[in-house]
Design a protein around this ligand. Sequence first.
Ligand SMILES: Nc1nc2c(ncn2[C@@H]2O[C@H](COP(=O)(O)OP(=O)(O)O)[C@@H](O)[C@H]2O)c(=O)[nH]1
Ligand SMILES: [Mg+2]
Length: 228
Amino acid sequence: MRDYKIVVLGAGGVGKSSITVQFVQGVYIESYDPTIEDSYRKQIEVDGRACDLEILDTAGVAQFTAMRELYIKSGKGFLLVYSVTDENSLKELLALREQVLRIKDSDNVPMVLVGNKCDLDEDRVLSIEDGVKVSQDWGLVPFYETSAMYKTNVDEAFIDVVRQIMRKEAAISAEKKQQKEKQKVEQPVVSKQPVAEQPKKVEPANARQNQSTKGNKSSSGSKCCTIM
Ligand SMILES: Nc1nc2c(ncn2[C@@H]2O[C@H](COP(=O)(O)OP(=O)(O)O)[C@@H](O)[C@H]2O)c(=O)[nH]1
Ligand SMILES: [Mg+2]
């Protein structure tokens, strides 16, 4: 079974823990300790493949720590979460994404943009279009508006990241296979038999020539012989 490390990132209070616990345990927790950073395991099947997910629900995004650098390094996919009721939380994601891309040293990192608390119509300050705009700026990163409270789009967001990781791994292994094939073609075919042990193939004509030059060789004392 494949291991998939997924990291949930975003400002404090956007609903990272609520989304994670809803996805893993199927329950909505009204108040969750904002300082708790925990990892969860969940086994799911995606497109007929069994996947062992390890999900890290992070806390305390404001300051950059060596610890964060470590888990971003080991993370294979990322949920970047903001709240549709908090404009700043979307702004904070821009810096977070930059950190992820810098640490992974790649523009192609499996991730989804998540606008949580979409059930809170009255408190909403960010529209769907605001999320779509950011997703476009990021090169069409998949975007979901979610509600951890009602489990809206929660599974979809996680499964999207898993699919992206699968696609990326399949592309990498296809590339490796292609390189191996290429190396095989480029490498000269080396005989397995040591040169010294290779039987000498003597054509009948050569055999005659050898005989006729025998005298030549011995008389001149030279190892080189010219056949007239
Ligand atoms: N209405 C509503 N409240 C939410 C939702 N998700 C989280 N919350 C609430 O927002 C607060 C912060 O959630 P939490 O998961 O602890 O945020 P975190 O700091 O990002 O982990 C809590 O009181 C949650 O109950 C949601 O989808 N809808
Ligand atoms: Mg939390």
